[in-house]
Design a protein around this ligand. Structure first.
Ligand SMILES: [Zn+2]
Length: 312
């Protein structure tokens, strides 16, 4: 049983996921989708039977340590509800997950998470450890991977901008792991959970008007459920350093919705207090289910995808 409002180390997260997978082997698949630069497995849990799949990621930025434990609780809740044919806030999870699947990736950047939680000594590789220390950034504020790269600026999208010499599009193992997942499934949408401002970003500058209207509709459903605010479209291109996000790559390569969910208020201290976990859970635990209720079937995107290819 996952109990929130406590610290979860990388090891705790892995153990908890395997425990849930062992308890519900009939409708879950646990697998490692890759390995970080410091040698940590990157876990994924697929829940449900449907071919059409929603991808949810958390733990992309090391210091944003609240969402990974909350994902564990959500995964367990969904599994319990499926198993008992129970409802979660009126949603029939059993029917939903017979029709669709959800791939939860609770910790895409395990090295960054361990640095933010336990300091640079958590990095096993002495070369990488020295490299991280040289950045002169407090470990509690660390959002990068163990090579000091922001993996949410590393995706091969139109807005990609090189941040440092050692980096190029999809240079990082964590980036490659998620790109592999995007390619492995018949995905229908993507939710990327971060922690900065209780806000949901939907606008994708590279995408057509109709795409953004539809994404805005979906995002509004999620703001109503969570109390978060809707991000302004101008905020997507406020800084030229904001490009190369996983949501940019996903939207541009599939034509399907990709929303960024920012939990936690803007002035939250780091390390994020573990007492936030309950509130965040309450705010986001319905989001994947609400999105699945609202999404159009995958076949609807074929037309948009064809249009995008013509534009390219
Ligand atoms: Zn983030």
């Amino acid at each position: 049983m996952i109990n929130l409002n406590q610290h979860f180390s990388y090891h705790d997260i892995m153990t908890s996921l395997k425990m849930i997978a062992d308890e519900f082997p009939e409708f879950t698949i646990y697998r490692n989708i890759g390995r970080s630069h410091d040698g940590r497995d990157i876990p994924m849990m697929r829940v449900g039977f449907g071919m059409e799949t929603l991808i949810c990621t958390a733990g992309v930025h090391g210091k944003e340590s609240i969402n990974p434990p909350v994902f564990l609780k959500m995964i367990e809740d969904y599994c319990l509800a499926y198993h008992t044919r129970g409802l979660i806030e009126g949603v029939d999870v059993h029917s939903m997950l017979n029709k669709y699947s959800i791939c939860f990736i609770p910790l895409l950047n395990p090295d960054g998470y361990e640095i933010a939680m336990y300091g640079f000594d958590a990095i096993h590789n002495s070369l990488l450890r020295r490299l991280c220390r040289r950045r002169k950034i407090n470990s509690k504020d660390w959002k990068y991977n163990a090579r000091g790269v922001d993996i949410n600026r590393n995706y091969p999208s139109r807005s990609y901008i090189q941040q440092q010499l050692s980096e190029y599009p999809a240079s990082e193992l964590e980036t490659k792991a998620l790109l592999g997942v995007f390619g492995d499934y018949e995905t229908m949408a993507y939710l990327d959970f971060h922690s900065s401002g209780n806000i949901i970003y939907y606008y994708r500058q590279a995408m057509p008007y109709t795409y953004n209207i539809y994404s805005r509709h979906l995002a509004r459903k999620l703001t109503r459920a969570s109390g978060f605010i809707l991000g302004k479209k101008e905020e997507e291109f406020m800084s030229s350093l904001n490009g190369g996000n996983s949501v940019h790559f996903y939207s541009e390569s599939t034509g399907k919705p990709a929303l960024t969910i920012e939990t936690v208020k803007n002035d939250a201290p780091y390390p994020l207090p573990i007492t936030y976990q309950d509130d965040i859970y309450r705010q986001i635990h319905m989001m994947p289910l609400i999105l699945l209720q609202e999404l159009k079937p995958v076949s609807c995107y074929a037309v948009l995808q064809n249009n995008l290819q013509t534009l390219n």
